[in-house]
Every structure is written in structure tokens, then in C-alpha cells.
Design a protein around this ligand. Sequence first.
Ligand SMILES: *Cc1c(COP(=O)(O)O)cnc(C)c1O
Length: 472
Amino acid sequence: MSFVTDAKIVIEALEAYYRQSISREKPVIDQPALERLVTDLELAASVKAGGLSGQRLSQFIGKYLSSTTRLHHPAYLAHQVAVPHPSGALGSLIDGFTNNPMSIYEMGPGAAGIEYFVVNWLLERVGWGPAPLNPRDAGSQEYGGGVLTHGGSLANLTALVAARSRLVPGIWQEGNPPDLALLAPAECHYSIGRAAGILGIGRRGIYPLDVDEQGRILPDRLPAAERRLRADGRRAIALVANACSTPVGIYDPLQEIGEFCHERNIWFHVDGAHGASALLSKQHRHLLRGVELADSLTWDAHKLMRTPNLCAALLVRDHRTLDHAFEQEASYLFHEKDQPGFDFIHRQMECTKAGLGLRLFLVLAALGERGLAEYIEHQFQVTMEAYAYIQGLPDFECAVRPQSNILCFRFQGNDELQLRVRSGLIARGNFYLSTTVFQGRRYLRAVFMNPETSLEDIKGLIHEIRSLAAKG
Ligand SMILES: *Cc1c(COP(=O)(O)O)cnc(C)c1O
């Protein structure tokens, strides 16, 4: 079969792509008009002709790669998506080839075994008990649980579904009672609001938590928020905190919030999609102090763990809450079958699911635990260096002192100027940033995902911004 020849073509093209990206030879972003793209890629002709292989495949790959956004480029600073480790990409390839829908053990023992392993590995990083190999052997011992999902948004939804099932055991028969609500800060990720909508709670059912000027939850104000909710005759299915927040990367005080939730018996969900990876570093894990008090934690590997899209984890302190998330009487799915392993299907929204664990596992096994911790420490360090540098400039200001690898700053001038600068950078193609609105003002937002990005890149960026702003 031509698989090996074609694979060689693809791998060599990717290798060249990587070199051109890391050396800045090609722009970090280049967005041809859709119309031109569809024509240039000769999509319709290829589909008609069939047999795309060999030389023609090589041409196609070349064109395709030239119309990608280059995450491996050191000036890639835009979104919180991993610059994938090549070993993780091999995981995606192996998974695509074998295509085992591992949600039930017999359809992918290897992939299910790896999911079991990585979920336990993550649980231990949080400080929660790993699941025993055979749940029947656990006795009365308490242990955590988890599942990998296609993204953090789905993990957040799953967490809130589990929280609701715990509060309202009859939900799967009776439907929603009218008094359900959610406690969450305004700065939470939009997937939380969306989950509330899907759960039938609605935006009006989200009671915003008071925060400080950086958007951090104020623990002293939690009792008042709960009183407001109770005064309206509502019950909280959960309280959501950020670790860290999406716009500026600030961590909520999990210990204090966790103690409050524990005392009031409110499900505590920590959205650590981006920032939970700080747990891997001895130097930074204090940012999540108290996370072990949570009931659930969302943690994306495709953000700060160098893992290709997608690989997110939803972890719970008590595995039973997740086992009963989607149905109160779900245990039949689980241990009744006489089989050598266990199924994940009852813990997740997906029916068919990719073998997501492999892409994370191969990164972990390539870098080692220490290597991954060093990566995170390096990214946080470069972010601090960039912050110190920008703070020292007379014509720039930063939104907050960063706690993670997210840095928001603005050039002197109005909101419109920040947007114009960003568009200018994108048009030139040598830097790629996002923007965010924080405290009512527009900021440029740099996320340091790429291990090759250095302070020199930031100095170059500042130079570019000044030149763009001067052009008027
Ligand atoms: C990225 C992010 C999400 C969404 O995760 P996806 O994997 O993109 O679905 C949710 N919450 C926070 C805090 C995030 O940073």
C-alpha cells in the first residue's frame, strides 16, 4: 500500500513546516480569503478525481500547510492552545489509524487502559485517591474518578451535570425542579454560561459572585451571595471558581472557597482548564492551594501540557458522583459485565470517543514529569520577564501582574487603537496576539504557549506596536 510512501511525504512536509515556523521564515499567521483558499487547494477537483497520493498529495500538503496558523512560530502568542509536542501528534496518528472507540473496554483495551492510567496520574497530582484496578477490590476506601472529554467545555458541562444529579437525585426521571441556580464569577469561561443554559438553569439562574479589581472571587462575600440566592427561594447546584481565569489568568482563592462550600454542602467546581497544569510544578502549585477540597476539576491537556487537540479531563474527588452523573441507576453499566476492564461510557456525553489519552501519554512519556514541569515553569518565567519589561515602558501598561502565562497590556491610546494595532500585526504576519476586554477596557493579550518565545520576541513586538501606532 502507498501508506508508507505517503506517510513519509507527510512527515517530511511537517518537518520542513516546523523548521520554517521556528526559524520565523514564514509568517505566524496568513489568512487568504476563503474563496481563494478553496480554489488554490483544488478541493473539488481532488474529490472528483480521487486517488490523491504521491506527488499530488505532496503538492496538496504544501498548500495546506501554507494556509495554517503556525503555532510553532515563536511569535504565536494568541490563544491558549498547546504548541503540540511531536510525540503527542504521533499519538493522534496512531489513534486515527487504529480508530478504537474506547468508551467501552472491549472496543479499545489499550486506549481504555491509558485513559485509566492518565486519569489516575492526574488525580494524584490533585491529591485525590486514584481508582483501584478493580473497583470490587476497593471495599469502603474512598477514591476519585475521572474521564477524558473532547474539550474543557464538555468537561465543565459534565461537572455541572454531576453536581445537579447529586443535588436532585430524581432529576433523570422528573426533570428540573424550578429552583436550581449556580454561583459563579462574571469572569468565568463562557462554557459555564452555556452549560447553565443547556441544563435549563438559564443565565438568570447564575448568581454572580463578588470579585476584587482583578476579577478574583472575594471569599468574605460568599455568604451574602448564597443569602441572595436563598432569598429568591433557589438552591445552588454548584459554585464555580477559576484556576485560572481566561481573560487575565488570575487564580481564585480555592482554599477559602472550598472551606465555604464544604461547610454549606455546595458542590465546588474548579475550572482549571488552562491553569490546573500549575499543579505539575513544585514552584507554582501553591496557586491551586485548596484544590483538593473541590468536588470536581476541569483540566485541559491541550492547553499547558503540550498535547494536541483535544484532550481534556474532568476529575472528581468521589468517583461515585461521576458514575451517577448521567443516570442515578447507572451502576449496571459498570461492574456487572464480566470483563477484564471497565467502561468509561456512562461518565461522558460522547458515545464514540477517540483514544484521547494516548496523545497526552506520549507527551508525558517523552518529556517525563520533570520535563513537563520545567516547561510550565519556563512559560510562567518568560511571562514575568515580559511583564517586568512592559511595565517599565512609559507608553505601555499591564492589566494585572500575571500569575500564569497570560499577559494583558495596552499601548497608550484608546480601545480602538488596540484593535487597530492587533489587525496591523496580523496583516504583517510577524506577531499574532489576541485581545480581551478587562474592567471595561480593551487590552492586547499575549499567551506564552510556545517554549521558543523569549523576551527578545517581546521586544520585537513592542517595536512593531509602536511603529503601527505611529502610522495612524
Ligand atoms: C479554554 C477554557 C475552557 C474551554 O475549554 P475547551 O477545551 O476550549 O473547550 C474553559 N474554561 C477555561 C478557564 C478555559 O481556559
